[in-house]
Write a protein that binds this ligand. Structure first.
Ligand SMILES: [Zn+2]
Length: 71
């Protein structure tokens, strides 16, 4: 089963094997709403509701490069 790490609490989050990019999952540890942003490997980001108007939230800009490590 694919899994990834919750960007909020760093706990492992299991993702349904048939999930697609853009699907939303919930972290069982902290309850955060997460969105699948990548599938190979599975990457999760915090889901930000469209009605949220907080410009100080930088969660959208966090990227996780598990593969190359060349960043
Ligand atoms: Zn979490």
């Amino acid at each position: 089963m694919p899994n990834s790490i919750c960007p909020e609490c760093d706990e492992e989050v299991f993702v349904d094997a048939e999930s697609e990019q853009g699907d939303r999952v919930s972290c069982e540890e902290c309850g955060s709403s997460l969105v699948v942003v990548g599938l190979d490997p599975v990457e999760l980001d915090l889901y930000v509701a469209a009605e949220t108007d907080d410009l100080s939230d930088d969660a959208d800009y966090e990227t996780y490069d598990y593969g190359s490590g060349s960043y």
